[in-house]
Design a protein around this ligand. Structure first.
Ligand SMILES: C[S@@+](CC[C@H](N)C(=O)[O-])C[C@H]1O[C@@H](n2cnc3c(N)ncnc32)[C@H](O)[C@@H]1O
Length: 340
């Protein structure tokens, strides 16, 4: 019994310690365009190696690793093709592509995580852009990084956003989505609630990404963008205000400042919706805890926070009792009203 426990423990430690290798194989295959190259059809080992620039000597081992990971399949006639999962999630033309998300993990989060120990000692981000006070503006200056980030956000906000959009919005006509990115969550709200109008309030750098998204979705004047900076500007008025994955980017004093600005922008009876991967004190989820460390190394003083902490900030800003809705795999939405 004891020997089994120890051997399970060894497996657990080795799996955690070696986790970086699988991630690196995936990052490399995406960077080498393996999956996009195979999207055009199966190829022999030599053809694939030559097309993506793989050294012929290492190609067999690398491709065998991708096969073992379930990302590539070897056919009976010794060709390589994408597995169904790779075809769906790892080819850039797929509507379900995760390649932008993977680009953000590779170029944004991975280098920042290299400084985890430094961040744990200092309490400050290891992402040098955030060290200067704001991770967003330097990233938005580079269009590939910006688009990868927006892809990553939309992958993350869609499951919980769909449930958020299915809550009861019948008491509201206008919604402000603060830090709403290029409008994905706004689009989910508009689709589920045909009488709503949503304004996305975000940095001016995102206007062109928003315009492309809005033109594609065709919501007309029900969807609008207001460029602004929530540090410098007051929030525009609306019946309901959403903060989705915004409070976790910043220190507590910024979170409470934003909730106070929301309170001022809402009419009596108006509602604030806070959506984050909040920590449940009774059942903390590993995914949320790791996201909290993402915030430590990458953002500017951010962290995940508990449901009770958020309830306290909402009450301090003047809101009534907050109601919790579990959304997505392990996220929460807190809804609180300004007294009528
Ligand atoms: C983590 S993303 C969340 C995006 C989206 N709400 C979601 O749930 O996926 C944070 C958003 O806050 C925006 N943001 C950052 N600083 C801002 C500022 N000073 N004023 C307005 N928006 C800001 C970013 O551009 C980004 O779209």
């Amino acid at each position: 019994m004891e020997a089994t426990t120890i051997s399970n423990g060894v497996q657990t430690v080795l799996r955690i310690a070696g986790g970086f290798r699988q991630a690196n194989v995936l990052f490399a295959a995406v960077e080498l365009d393996v999956f996009d190259t195979l999207a055009a059809g199966p190829l022999t080992e030599a053809q694939l190696a030559d097309r993506v620039g793989l050294h012929r000597g290492v190609a067999p081992a690398f491709l065998a690793t991708l096969v073992a990971l379930g990302l590539v399949e070897r056919t009976a006639d010794d060709n390589y093709r994408n597995s169904p999962a790779a075809a769906q999630y790892l080819t850039t033309d797929s509507p379900r592509a995760l390649t932008g998300f993977i680009g953000f993990l590779r170029s944004g989060l991975y280098p920042a995580w290299d400084g985890l120990v430094t961040s744990l000692r200092s309490g400050k981000p290891a992402n040098h852009a955030a060290d200067d006070g704001d991770p967003y503006r330097p990233m938005y200056g580079k269009s590939l990084d910006r688009n990868n980030f927006l892809d990553a956000m939309d992958v993350l906000n869609t499951p919980g956003g769909t449930q958020l959009a299915a809550l009861d919005w019948s008491g509201h006509h206008t919604v402000l989505d603060v830090g709403g990115g290029r409008g994905n969550l706004a689009g989910l709200l508009l689709t589920a609630n045909p009488s709503l109008r949503v304004t996305v309030f975000d940095l001016p750098d995102l206007r062109s990404a928003f315009d492309r998204f809005a033109a594609d979705r065709g919501f007309g004047d029900r969807l609008a963008f207001q460029a602004g900076d929530f540090f410098a500007d007051e929030l525009p008025r609306a019946d309901a205000i959403v903060f989705a994955h915004v409070l976790h980017n910043w220190p507590v004093e910024t979170r409470t400042m934003l909730l106070r600005k929301a309170f001022a922008a809402l009419p009596p009876g108006g509602a604030v919706y806070v959506y984050d991967a909040m920590i449940d004190e009774n059942d903390p989820q590993l995914a949320n805890l790791l996201l909290g460390l993402d915030m430590l190394v990458w953002s500017s003083g951010g962290s995940e926070y508990t449901v009770e902490e958020c309830r306290t900030w909402l009450a301090e800003a003047g809101f009534g009792q907050a109601e919790r809705h579990p959304v997505g795999a392990s996220s929460s939405v807190l809804v609180a009203h300004k007294p009528a």
